[in-house]
Write a new protein. Structure first.
Length: 236
């Protein structure tokens, strides 16, 4: 089966493969790079669901931009990132819409992964046939065909479940965005200050492997058991 990639998924796959090449030391475009690229696509495809990428015209999308101005506005993270973003041609600056879409696309991948595997919500549509989709093959976030129900009550019971899954998705999205707040507010100055506390001396190979491993462990230890519990934060 041939899959047509949307530009956001392709960009994310490239970024993943580039990052793997930097960490593992192989060249961009090499066979290991291509393998990493395909690995990301395999992961992305396995977690796909209806509306996997952000729908710019939807009410939920517009609400998201409105209630998180610190992330999505011109003066927020998206606006700053858009002005400074380096394109593949070497130029600086892209549209704020492209940054907003990239953020939400990445968040949505995590949301769908979590609701599918941890929460247990069926968020994929079975098969790839064109035309009308049977109710039993639909995602649990889609409205079923009313004509397939014997009574109005049966139909409304399933519709209520769909609404439940929509609110569930909103909650998971909020949990991810709120937990990323320290990332969105992380400045270049912050990073340089932290890196400045390191003593980068020794053999290149030692720094490359043991040194980075120790740094990662140190960062992890700083946060372990210090992140607030989401449920307690919401319910008090």
């Amino acid at each position: 089966m041939k899959i047509k990639l949307d530009k956001y998924t392709e960009e994310q796959a490239r970024e993943y493969a580039d990052n793997e090449s930097e960490i593992k030391g192989f060249k961009i475009g090499s066979e290991p790079w291509k393998k990493a690229f395909k690995e990301y696509l395999s992961f992305a495809y396995s977690t796909m669901s209806v509306g996997r990428n952000p729908r710019r015209g939807s009410k939920a999308y517009k609400t998201m931009l409105e209630v998180y101005p610190d992330i999505f506005s011109e003066s927020g993270y998206a606006g700053k990132a858009a002005k400074n973003f380096y394109t593949q041609s070497g130029e600086r600056g892209v549209s704020i819409e492209s940054i907003q879409d990239r953020i939400l696309s990445g968040v949505n991948n995590l949301v769908r992964l979590h609701e599918n595997s941890i929460v247990g919500t069926k968020n994929t549509t079975r098969g790839s046939k064109q035309g009308k989709i049977p109710n039993e093959d639909m995602s649990e976030l889609q409205f079923p065909d009313k004509a397939d129900f014997k009574t109005e009550d049966e139909y409304h019971a399933v519709v209520k479940d769909v609404f439940h899954h929509w609110f569930q998705r909103d909650l998971i999205t909020n949990a991810i965005l709120e937990s990323l707040n320290m990332f969105f507010t992380l400045t270049k100055s912050d990073i340089e200050t932290i890196i400045g506390t390191l003593n980068i001396e020794g053999e290149i190979e030692q720094i490359k492997h043991e040194g980075r491993a120790e740094f990662i462990k140190r960062l992890r230890a700083s946060f372990k058991n210090k992140i607030p519990n989401y449920k307690k934060t919401i319910l008090g």
